[in-house]
Design a protein around this ligand. Structure first.
Ligand code: HOZ
Length: 432
């Protein structure tokens, strides 16, 4: 496969952009390749500068639940853009999208829009600290909550992929206020509350951890977090930037039957435009300026184009009662099929799935925390990724990320992916 134009584009970008990219994972360094520059997307497909077509399983890292350039979303953005791109004043679209979110995710009584998931989680912990008057937050190793300083400790996603889970530039003081525990480990969180319960403002968790690959909570784990937070007066923050409106209209909290105090959102609620939100209990949200003493603001917060796109996405979800069941079934077919391919070739593997999200690990499993995820054969993953790319399948380019399907993916796409996986594994094993 020739990627000449992408290679040239990366060389040019590297002369003006730090590292040649605007977000580390897309550099494809983890799989030993040069980034593929895309020029357009349609439905479940992406097209690169060299005119190759790819079946896309990144879907803008989960943002595109409906696929690329969905007609309802495109129409909404086109209509909004003719009225102006940003006003720095309230607009009714913000209230309309907030109403839609509140009606679909009942734990959210009030919310605020921001411009990214990172901003949402940074703001949520400031609010939690302001509300509780406490300083420490608990996070879990391998979970990623954007690149706010407090979260770049044992962080997942690109930080893990590129070997900087504890980034330089984070002060010791900040690091001291973050307690890092293994995911899925009940004794560890019990112990943390026993030792430092009075100082813990919040426990922040991706209910389905999707930035060390996909790792699901053991039965009862999230409920235990809920109970401990309630007992010790700490807030439970669900980071649903990835899972919100992706695994169900009410997110992972609906599927698991847990009510967090605060939730952070992003991705799907912006239909591919830059957006984030945090929200939850009305008494906690009342602490936010201008009604309360915790400051938070943003020039582009509630941007009219992002609000229009989000309304189109949530409107489409609301009108399609079988959407999530279809996505679930298709993703199950794919992840089980991939498992069968790997088993046929005698490869140790574990395929973890939730709704339209999945990760294939090259390890026997089970994968229940970061330590387990790191047992995956990353060399094998890199070869598999490259072989799939050559066959026009664009997977998440790191072992420590999650793949996403969209409403545009079809059973034919799944068959094509499984055939490509069969051929890719055969190629990788023959070359070994
Ligand atoms: N941190 C994102 C994945 N979890 C990657 C964002 C990007 O490269 O666009």
């Amino acid at each position: 496969m020739k990627l000449e134009r992408s290679i040239a584009a990366f060389a040019r970008a590297s002369t003006v952009l730090a590292g040649g990219v605007n977000s580390p994972v897309r550099a494809l360094g983890a799989v030993g390749l040069s980034p593929v520059f895309m020029k357009n997307g349609a439905g479940e497909h992406l097209y690169d500068l060299d005119d190759h077509e790819y079946l896309d399983y990144v879907m803008s890292w989960g943002a595109l639940l409906l696929g690329h350039a969905h007609p309802a979303v495109t129409r909404a953005i086109n209509n909004a853009v003719t009225r102006g791109t940003s006003f720095g004043t309230p607009t009714q679209a913000e209230t309309e999208l907030a109403e839609a979110i509140v009606s679909m995710m009942p734990s959210i009584e009030r919310l605020r829009f921001v411009s990214s998931g990172t901003e949402a989680t940074m703001s949520a912990i400031r609010l939690a600290r302001g509300f509780t008057g406490r300083e420490k937050i608990v996070k879990f190793a391998g979970c990623y909550h954007g690149h706010g300083d407090s979260f770049l400790i044992a962080a997942g996603s690109g930080a893990l992929t590129h070997g900087v889970p504890d980034s330089l530039g984070v002060t010791e003081g900040t690091a001291r206020d973050t307690i890092v525990l293994p995911f899925n480990d009940v004794p560890a969180i019990e112990q943390a509350f026993e030792t430092a319960g009075e100082a813990i403002a919040a426990v922040v968790v991706e209910p389905y951890a999707a930035n060390m690959g996909l790792v699901l909570p053991r039965p009862g784990y999230l409920q235990r977090l809920r109970d401990l937070c309630t007992r010790h007066g700490a807030l439970l923050i669900f980071d649903e930037v990835i899972t919100g409106f992706r695994v169900a209209s009410g997110g992972a909290q609906q599927r698991e039957g847990i009510t967090p105090d605060l939730t952070t959102l992003g991705k799907v609620i912006g239909g591919g435009l830059p957006v984030g939100a945090f929200g939850g209990r009305a008494d906690v949200m009342a602490y936010l300026s201008p009604s309360g003493p915790v400051y938070q603001a943003g020039t582009l917060a509630g941007n009219p184009l992002a609000m229009a796109a989000g309304l189109a996405v949530l409107g489409t979800i609301a009108e399609d009662p079988t959407l999530y069941a279809r996505l679930d079934a298709l993703t199950q077919q794919l992840s089980e099929g991939l498992g069968e391919v790997m088993a046929r070739h005698g490869l140790a593997h574990t395929c973890v799935r939730a709704g339209s999200m999945f990760t294939l690990y090259f390890t026997q499993g089970p994968v229940l925390d970061l330590e387990d995820a790191q047992k995956s054969d990353r060399g094998l993953f890199a070869k598999y990724f490259g072989a799939m790319l050559e066959r026009g399948i664009y997977l998440a380019p790191s072992q420590f990320e999650t793949n996403f399907l969209s409403a545009a993916h079809t059973a034919r796409d799944v068959d094509r992916t499984l055939a490509a996986a069969e051929a890719s594994v055969a190629q990788v094993l023959t070359a070994a």
